[in-house]
Design a binder for this molecule. Structure first.
Ligand code: ADP
Ligand code: ZN
Ligand code: ZN
Length: 709
């Protein structure tokens, strides 16, 4: 083939992880001009892979590369090109998180789309159009009547409407009507422009199914069937493709989804809302380790549209950004909703001093009495324990054996329901031994309490307790184990909502946004472990979780109901965190934490990144990371950035070995974002260049703004 027959040169991004050798778009030839953002299929070695056109030029206009260029295999012209905003978003993501452009771009597409031919795609688009036509003929359902905004909601909406763009931190206790503010702001934006689209991000869709329902019920009658697209990783491939195509073609006016939705093409983006903006699940933990919240902020800025970050417990990063000058940067505008919409009060907090309880106490007597009273009164109690299984581990009292995982540096938990020892890191499950496998001793003890055991204990303690109708009390557990099967979580949640369940035991899964109507008592059974963690964000995380759990209580509009209670069992009752919980004072806690962070040189006053490596041995991972860091330091020695960077030595991860792979990381920090970015760009090059010489290194990654340092 000659230049005459294929006169166009395309630069195509193909998927390759950052740690592989391909990190630039590849060049191919084409017979016709192809606009940037077009999906293509191209040959790569012996395979054919999907790619996205970055740029297109006359082949004669630039020198041919030294290798034989190949023609593109297929142009997927049925799909409108991905627009400039989306391409800029992908380029920013790859640059900021130091990952390969192609990896980010292709991972952002629905998996099915990556395998389709143009003919198949044409078929999908036609079917979608037919379905949309049918939906347009459907009788619209009657819209629900939204509540009249409160004075505070009105003020927040006014502030958002007045400024065309900007970041708004909507700080409102649980049940204060934040969702109502998102919906009204969306409505206003969509009414102002008949093509406008809104993006709503939520942390975990199956834990907040009500939010998707509320948006659908509110907006489908106004905008038509199919105008709300829900996008998350648990959809079937066909559903995911359909939702994505509706967003990309503009048919969906509202896209509501988890972090995967943050990279959806939205050609008419007019507003973004991020619910529970503090939630750690917005941070992607593999591939490009992006924060969906931070990308959403970038998108809003780039598209010049407003973004609402909502939370009862804003991240300290967002909180700090909302402090007005001169004390803070004032980049975000703080909008507060200090009261619950229903007028109901937040629960009274009681601390139980577990130092006074007899050893081995699981539920202290006053708490047990309160739970019993709650059940007798026909109300629900919610017991939070962030550890699943029956016990965290098994130990032999005679020889010291413990149920360590052979492949991970972690204990395997004892699961009584199926009598297994199961590793929560690699999944290895084996039958529980009857006696100590080392010495044959029959007296194997259990370590820290888990949800299974708590469920069993509370059920035993309630055998004599009856509900108002005389029936026995019912206990239910919700955690990753009890909700593994399809539909199990929905069924469990329905049982709680219908009032079948009196006591709900669970992990943080039960603390999230559920709107349980009859919960009058919430108890944190053993939250102390989190306070002993070395992670500087542990207190922030724990208080956010406890406040969120407290927010599950007392949501009923019933004025006559007894005031709700939040109980905390702790050996550290004087800890300031629990005082903040009792006072429902996030602002005070945030101010105190920020003082500490400033003094200690931690985020948001410092910017962090991790270089991470997985290898066959710790030594190999350390050597690789240290060599890369040294090379970067040498390369930057003459640069002004050098003095602004602090390098820590490589260390093993808190769980250093998983499934036989050793994991290590190295912390780089700087007060200057630009210096850090410069160091990471150099690090990316060095890691890639050094990798072939470090043969037992399996993979490496760069984690910018990491969580869990
Ligand atoms: P949040 O998102 O802050 O938890 P929601 O928006 O879910 O709060 O509101 C909590 C409850 O209060 C919902 O049932 C909602 O319908 C109701 N609500 C919200 N705003 C108002 C209002 N202005 N008047 C009456 N009820 C309201
Ligand atoms: Zn033993
Ligand atoms: Zn394991």
């Amino acid at each position: 083939m000659t230049l005459q027959t294929l006169p166009w040169r395309l630069h195509v991004a193909v998927s390759a992880p950052a740690h592989s050798s391909i990190n630039e778009p590849l060049s191919y030839l084409a017979a016709h001009e192809v606009p940037p953002g077009t999906l293509v299929r191209v040959p790569l070695g012996r395979r054919e892979v999907p790619g996205i056109v970055c740029s297109c030029e006359a082949a004669a206009a630039s020198p041919a590369p030294p290798w034989a260029e190949r023609p593109v295999s297929e142009v997927l012209a049925a799909l409108p090109p991905l627009d400039a905003h989306w391409r800029a978003l992908i380029a920013f993501t790859a640059r900021y998180y130091h990952s390969a452009l192609g990896e980010v771009a292709l991972a952002a597409l629905p998996p099915t789309l990556r395998r389709m031919s143009n003919a198949q795609l044409e078929g999908s688009m036609k079917r979608l159009e037919k379905r949309a036509e049918k939906a347009r003929k459907e009788q619209p359902s009657t819209p629900d009547t939204p509540p009249q905004p409160s004075a505070e909601q009105g003020a927040a909406l006014e502030a958002i409407a007045q400024q065309r763009a900007g970041v708004f931190l909507l700080f409102g206790v649980t049940g204060s009507g934040k969702t109502e503010v998102y919906m009204r702001a969306v409505q206003r934006a969509l009414e102002a422009d008949a093509a406008a689209q809104a993006l709503i991000l939520v942390p975990e869709i199956n834990l907040t199914p009500q939010l998707a329902d509320r948006f659908t019920h509110r907006f489908e009658p106004l905008l038509g069937a199919g105008s709300v697209a829900v996008l998350h990783s648990a959809l079937t491939p066909a559903q995911r493709l359909a939702a994505w195509l509706r967003a990309h073609t503009g048919a969906a006016r509202i896209v509501l989804g988890t972090r995967v939705a943050a990279l959806t093409p939205l050609p008419q983006l007019a507003l973004i809302a991020v619910d529970e903006e503090h939630d750690a699940s917005y941070k992607q933990q593999e591939g490009a380790r992006y924060s969906a919240r931070d990308l959403a902020i970038w998108r809003a800025h780039h598209a010049r549209v407003p973004i609402i970050l909502g939370s009862a417990t804003p991240s300290l990063e967002s909180w700090h950004a909302s402090i007005p000058p001169p004390a803070g940067p004032g980049r975000y505008q703080l909008l507060a909703l200090p009261q619950r919409a229903s007028g109901s009060r937040l629960p009274a907090v009681r601390r139980v001093d577990m130092r006074r309880a007899p050893r081995g106490t699981v539920i202290a007597p006053p708490l047990l009495a309160a739970i019993r009273a709650c059940v007798r009164a026909g109300q629900q109690a919610l017991l939070l324990l962030n550890r699943r299984g029956w016990a965290a581990a098994l130990h032999c009292r005679a020889c010291g054996w413990s149920s360590e995982c052979p492949h991970c540096s972690a204990w395997r938990a004892f699961h009584k329901s199926d009598r297994t020892l199961r590793c929560h890191h690699c999944g290895l499950a084996q039958p529980v031994p009857r006696a100590c496998p080392e010495c044959g001793n029959l007296d194997i003890g259990t370590g820290t309490l888990g949800t299974e055991q708590l469920e069993e204990r509370i059920a035993a303690a309630l055998t004599q307790v009856q509900r108002p109708d005389g029936s026995p009390a019912r206990v239910l557990r919700i955690d990753a184990d009890s909700t593994r099967g399809a539909g199990q979580l929905d069924a469990h949640l329905a049982a709680v909502h219908s009032g079948e369940v009196d006591v709900l035991v669970g992990t943080q899964m039960i603390a999230k946004g559920h709107d349980f109507r009859r919960v009058a008592l919430v108890a944190a059974i053993n939250p102390d472990a989190a306070l002993l963690s070395s992670d500087f964000r542990a207190p922030e995380r724990l208080l956010a979780l406890l406040m969120q759990a407290a927010g599950r209580a007392g949501r009923a509009d019933d004025e006559s109901a007894a005031p709700a209670q939040m109980w905390v069992q702790t050996t550290m009752p004087q800890h300031p965190l629990f005082a903040a919980l009792a006072a429902h004072d996030w602002a005070g806690f945030a101010a105190q934490q920020l003082d500490e962070r400033r003094a200690a040189g931690l985020p948001p006053y410092m910017h962090l990144a991790l270089l991470r490596a997985d290898a066959r041995t710790q030594e190999a991972a350390h050597a690789f990371l240290a060599a890369a860091a040294r090379a970067v330091q040498d390369a930057l020695a003459a640069s002004p950035a050098a003095a602004q960077l602090a390098w820590s030595p490589p260390v093993p991860l808190p769980v250093q070995r998983v499934a036989g792979v050793e994991r290590a990381q190295l912390l780089v920090e700087s007060r200057a974002r630009s210096a850090l970015a410069q160091a990471l760009t150099a690090a990316e090059q060095q890691l890639r260049a050094l990798r072939p010489k470090h043969r037992s290194v399996i993979r490496w990654a760069i984690d910018v703004d990491p969580l869990g340092v």
